[in-house]
Design a protein around this ligand. Structure first.
Ligand code: GUN
Ligand code: FE
Length: 418
């Protein structure tokens, strides 16, 4: 067992922040949290202490939607809306991942950058390439990133990057067979989005999810042209979500990225099925998709999490994604003539941490019985404030100001990985 000492900050509930000045986290041998306390109980006094001094010890981040093979196009090509953006930039970039050496280089860097920026859990899209997907999973596991990765299924409407329906099925099975060797990174079924998958493939994936007890991730109601296209492709479905529901893909723990244009009926369907929204504010603005009504979703009891959605999103660090989500919520406030509330910093932080970690079975905040997922943040470099700051104030400033250089240590699944 061991003890971590520092200024502990965590989000035990939406909108709640607990800050323990010079507090303690007691860990079991396997990195499970035994106690979170303001003073160290006598029974733990003899344990070795990792002293993080005046630094902040915070929950690490969960990125609930990102595209690994789009990392090479980060910060580029954001002058087109979704469907044109996919056809012009995205598919050609992803096509490069037929080259395993290239995949190895990019994915090694991505995995290292995730950890350096404090992201220890992900729900991630790979490309359609089985071998590159396995390389991605290897590199994540090696770096200490945990979570779910999906080989993408896409057998129609994607120029320059297509698999046949038969290939898609065969490669999905080959990929799943090879996933047994990973301990911390698990497979998730990943139909790209309704326009990219034939009915036959969707039906097959729904059955596979059911047979093997697999989770599902995809995209939903991101852009108006996309929604209109889905309506043409599935005239029997009243709304986009029903094209997933029809094939058994709309179920508990299904992650749906974006949901920018989801109305009350689509939102009710999310809540009833325990579908998870991955809100990707930066991407939605970059591709001029819109601003998702996150506040309303939270009020309606929908499970909302955050995603970087690189490379629609141009920032991998989840502290940037969290503050971008706060900004986007303020756009909603402006648009609603100040009727809608914006997200507070503790709320943005909760969505970027606890709400995502729950997907992996964790409880909210630093909870006894959970494996430690934490970052240690030093703000020693920041400008001297005009007065002494509380730990909560220092946390708020760190959320807006930190960079990867501020993150001095990272714990993932109970292990120190940086
Ligand atoms: N919809 C289908 N594919 C994609 C993608 O790669 N990025 C985004 N943002 N939306 C999508
Ligand atoms: Fe996406």
């Amino acid at each position: 067992m061991q003890v971590l000492r520092g200024n502990i900050v965590h989000a035990p509930a939406l909108g709640e922040l607990e800050a323990l000045e010079h507090g303690f986290i007691v860990l079991d041998d396997d990195g499970t949290i035994v106690s979170v306390c303001p003073t160290l109980p006598e029974e733990y006094a003899a344990l070795p202490v990792v002293d993080y001094g005046d630094s902040l010890v915070m929950q690490s981040f969960a990125d609930m939607h990102l595209h690994a093979p789009q990392y090479p196009m980060l910060g580029m090509g954001m002058d087109l809306p979704l469907l044109e953006w996919l056809n012009t930039y995205t598919f050609v970039t992803e096509a490069r991942f037929s080259d395993n050496d290239y995949a190895r280089r990019i994915y090694k860097k991505l995995a290292a950058d995730l950890i350096r920026n404090g992201t220890t859990r992900v729900v991630m899209f790979s490309s359609l390439h089985t071998d590159a997907t396995l390389i991605l999973m290897e590199e994540l596991e090696r770096a200490g990133v945990t979570g779910y990765v999906g080989k993408v299924n896409m057998d129609r409407n994607c120029e320059g990057l297509l698999e046949t329906t038969e290939e898609s099925k065969r490669e999905t099975l080959r990929w799943l067979d090879a996933c047994d060797r990973f301990k911390y990174v698990k497979p998730i079924l990943t139909p790209r989005f309704t326009p990219a998958c034939t009915d036959e493939l969707m039906e097959w994936l729904g059955k596979l999810a059911e047979e093997r007890g697999l989770y599902v991730q995809s995209h939903l109601s991101e852009n108006q042209s996309e929604i209109a296209w889905v309506r043409e492709l599935h005239p029997d479905c009243r709304q986009y979500w029903e094209t997933y529901d029809k094939y058994g893909l709309w179920k508990d723990h299904t992650v749906m990225a974006h949901c920018v244009h989801s109305d009350a009926r689509e939102c009710a369907a999310m809540r009833d099925a325990n579908v998870v929204v991955a809100h990707c504010a930066g991407s939605n603005i970059n591709l001029c998709s819109g601003v998702s009504p996150i506040r309303k979703m939270l009020r309606e009891g929908i499970w909302v999490t955050l995603g970087s959605d690189i490379a629609g999103g141009a920032a991998l660090p989840m502290y940037r994604v969290a503050t971008m989500s706060i900004r986007a919520s303020k756009i909603k406030r402006i648009e609603s003539s100040w009727r809608e509330e914006f997200l507070t910093v503790p709320e943005g932080y909760y969505l970027a941490t606890s709400s995502g970690h729950r997907y992996f079975g964790a409880k909210d905040g630093f909870a006894v019985g959970d494996k430690l997922h934490a970052i240690v943040v030093s703000d020693a470099d920041f400008t001297e404030a005009a007065r002494p700051l509380s730990v909560s104030e220092r946390f708020e400033r760190a959320m807006y100001m930190m960079s990867k250089d501020s993150i001095v240590s990272v714990w993932s699944e109970g292990r120190k990985v940086l």
